[in-house]
Design a protein around this ligand. Structure first.
Ligand code: CO
Length: 251
């Protein structure tokens, strides 16, 4: 069941997402060769606590950290560790909070120092695909128009979209209906209505879309060892088009 939100609720979801956006922005600044990802996890926890926000992922289905840090061939759900980031890596940082009863959820892929042209293009195309999807998050459109727009952009660039994981509705739960796949024919799925809030999150592999889950039960890697990138925004459907709740004011 898709839960429609009132303007008051959307404002709360926006506030939660602004907390996420501020923290992600700070984490992006901290990413450089020589740091480890537990350091990023610590900063996220400290900043969330300063704002009375509860990290959303920690404890979710037993996930033990506040951040997902997915490096290079890791698609999503990479766990923070003492492993050092090195020049040329790409890292997806995914973060969510619960604040005043509502969730925020967003992710960015950022370069570690100077990265290859190849890695840069993958991250760029993934970000573009997210925005192509968001453009289709309009009143009276169909959900799969978002999916199709993401897939078309990714495949036109020669990459593949991951099928195993999808975006989701978000509100007073981290994951609500509907699921938001990053692939599919247009014109299918639920009709988009005012008050829907969706987390759109393309995961893009440079080669095949197949996924493997590591022994830890969480870390999702590309089966072929290729690079993967991931961006996520929480978006509200309104009369005036999509509102990106997790985009920082002015950026
Ligand atoms: Co999400």
């Amino acid at each position: 069941m898709v839960i429609l939100k009132s303007p008051k609720e959307i404002e709360k979801i926006r506030i939660s997402n602004q907390i996420v956006a501020d923290i992600l922005c700070r984490l992006e600044e901290e990413v450089k060769p020589g740091i480890d990802t537990l350091y990023l996890n610590d900063i996220a926890e400290k900043m969330a606590s300063e704002r009375d926000a509860i990290p959303a992922f920690k404890g979710y289905k037993g996930y033990p950290f506040s951040l997902c840090t997915s490096v290079n061939n890791v698609i999503v759900h990479g766990m923070p560790s003492k492993k050092i980031l090195v020049e040329g890596d790409i890292i997806s940082i995914d973060f969510g909070v619960l604040y005043d009863g509502y969730y925020g959820d967003a992710a960015v892929t950022v370069p570690v120092g100077i990265i290859s042209e190849r890695a840069m293009r993958l991250a760029q195309v993934t970000k573009e695909a997210l925005y192509k999807g968001i453009e289709k998050a309009v009143l009276n459109g169909r959900l799969s128009n978002i999916s199709h727009a993401v897939q078309s952009h990714v495949e036109a660039a020669g990459y593949s979209v991951v099928r195993t994981f999808v975006g989701h509705g978000i509100g007073s739960s981290l994951h609500e209906d509907p699921q938001v796949p990053n692939f599919g024919k247009p014109g299918m799925g639920v009709l988009l209505k005012r008050g829907m809030t969706l987390a759109i999150e393309p995961m893009v592999n440079e080669m095949d879309y197949e996924v493997e889950i590591l022994e830890d039960g969480w870390t999702a890697v590309t089966k072929d060892g290729g690079l993967s990138a991931h961006f996520e925004h929480t978006v509200a459907i309104s009369e005036n088009g999509p509102i990106i709740l997790s985009e920082r004011n002015g950026s």
